[in-house]
Ligand binder design. Structure first.
Ligand code: GDP
Ligand code: IMO
Ligand code: MG
Length: 429
């Protein structure tokens, strides 16, 4: 019996939420292990649309959701999201959602610093979601974060706030932003404590028990490999490791417990925010992909940049994250395009590369080398079996498998939950 980790193989928004929701029917527990409410996952179930940022997508199936220690938790965002999905009829409470007691918290000062820094960067801005994700991870590594369990110890909380404010207020004032008052923060955290502490527990213990009882665990990644702080297009990345190996450290299980690694990729490619994107299209096709794919950020509403599928990039993601199978989403968006291009490598300063090198100058200068494939006239939208796919669509998928060196084991053909074709069950290993 295998567990499964689902991660993004491009720059995010590949449709992880849809795939996790779909796979959750086969799982018992769904665990978030990194990122925070920078993530935005849209799930379409019949006439209901759920937009989740921090809550594990399995909650929509009534499965136990766990927020692991690797996630940075904004208490206000969490409570607002819980209220929002409860209003849509989902049962979310301490019986259905558990949060690692050692998860670090995002405070208002983190978002303020994130935004002040982005403003100071001007044209060189990263294009963050402005939600304080980077500063919160910095505080965790700097050993001054407030963690969920600290809310139960007033003295710890007070001392931690002193240390945090000394650091942050100095920085904020240096950037021309307003400093924060300890009294105001302390009063709010004291109010929040009884609302949050009922969710807190050593989730590693529950996961260990679940594993020993043969329960199936689905690890839900946020962001994607090309936004990974080590393996992505640094510095235009998020502040956590997004690769599947993080599922172990970010939930408190051993590496063997992570199970099968399923990478999610769009049949084309998008990116939100700044940074290199070799196969980006600035033409009518790019505009068309954005329009047909409804490519607007779930979190910030920003239009997503669109381009051709970059097989060299996804191959790189397959290797560094140990992706064993690929779920290819949004195939339907390519319906009717006369021909399709797929990036197979790069030319940089007269040299050929099969991968995207780490140096930012080389990344910015990378010109994709394309292979051209035939498009298809028929529709793939809503297809639920291979047999329904036009021959050229099957060829496109098969060529992608070869180029990225991983099998496509799942195809998604619309936003709707059940418009999904499963070729191989990842829980079967
Ligand atoms: P995530 O961040 O990886 O969970 O992805 P998002 O939810 O941010 O973005 C993916 C978007 O594509 C959502 O609006 C989904 O409803 C939609 N979507 C997912 N799969 C498909 C698909 O196969 N076809 C189409 N047309 N839309 C899809
Ligand atoms: P999901 O889980 C797409 C991007 C931001 C920015 C960079 C850093 O929905 O796929 P951050 O706020 O994390 O410091 O921003 O990362 N980014 C995402 N892009 N999907 C996401 O999540 C993202 N989360 C962060 O746009 O470029
Ligand atoms: Mg998203």
């Amino acid at each position: 019996m295998a567990n499964v980790a689902v991660i993004g193989a491009q720059w995010g928004d590949e449709g992880k939420g849809k795939v996790v929701d779909w796979l959750a029917s086969r799982a018992d527990i769904v665990v978030r292990f990194q990122g925070g409410h920078n993530a935005g996952h849209t799930l379409v179930v019949g006439n209901q649309t759920y937009k989740l940022s921090l809550l594990p997508s399995g909650l929509v199936r009534g499965k136990l959701g766990i927020i692991g220690n690797g996630v940075v938790v904004d208490p206000e965002a969490l409570l607002a999201e819980i209220a929002r999905v409860r209003a849509q009829g989902l049962a979310v409470g301490p019986e259905t959602l558990r949060i690692a007691e050692n998860a670090p918290l995002i405070l208002p000062l983190h978002a303020a610093l994130d935004q002040a820094r982005e403003a100071a960067r001007g044209a060189r801005r990263i294009g963050t979601t402005g939600r304080g994700i980077g500063p919160a991870y910095e505080d965790k590594v700097a050993r001054r974060a407030i963690r969920l369990a600290d809310l139960g110890e007033p003295e710890t909380l007070s001392a931690r706030l002193d240390e945090l404010l000394l650091h942050h207020n100095t920085l904020l004032q240096g950037l021309g932003a307003e400093p924060f008052s300890k009294d105001v923060l302390l009063a709010r955290l004291t109010e929040l404590a009884p609302l949050l502490l009922p969710y807190a527990e050593p989730v590693w213990e529950r996961l260990d028990e679940a594993r020993r009882a043969g329960r199936r665990i689905l690890f839900e990644g946020a962001q994607a490999v090309m936004l990974d702080v080590d393996h992505g297009t640094y510095p235009f990345v998020t502040s956590s490791n997004t690769v599947a190996a993080t599922a172990a450290a970010g939930a408190g299980v051993g590496p063997a417990a992570v199970g099968t690694v399923l990478g999610i990729a769009k049949a084309y490619c998008t990116r939100v925010g700044s940074g290199p994107f070799p196969t980006e299209l600035h033409d009518e096709t790019g505009r068309l992909l954005g329009e047909r794919g409804h490519e607007f950020g779930t979190v910030t509403g920003r239009p997503r940049r669109c381009g051709w599928f970059d097989a060299a990039l996804v191959r790189q993601a397959v290797k560094v994250a140990g992706i064993q199978g690929l779920a290819l989403t949004k195939l339907d968006v390519l319906d009717g395009l006369p021909e399709l291009r797929v990036g197979v490598g790069y030319r940089i300063g007269g040299e050929s590369f099969r991968h995207l090198p780490a140096a930012p100058g080389a990344q910015a200068a990378a010109v994709p080398v394309y292979e051209t494939l035939a498009g298809w006239q028929g529709s793939t939208r809503g297809a639920r079996s291979w047999a329904e796919l036009p021959a050229a669509a099957v060829k496109y998928v098969r060529r992608i498998e070869e180029l990225v060196e991983a099998p496509v084991i799942l195809l998604s053909t619309s936003p709707e939950r059940d418009d999904t074709i499963l070729m191989r069950d990842p829980f079967e290993g």
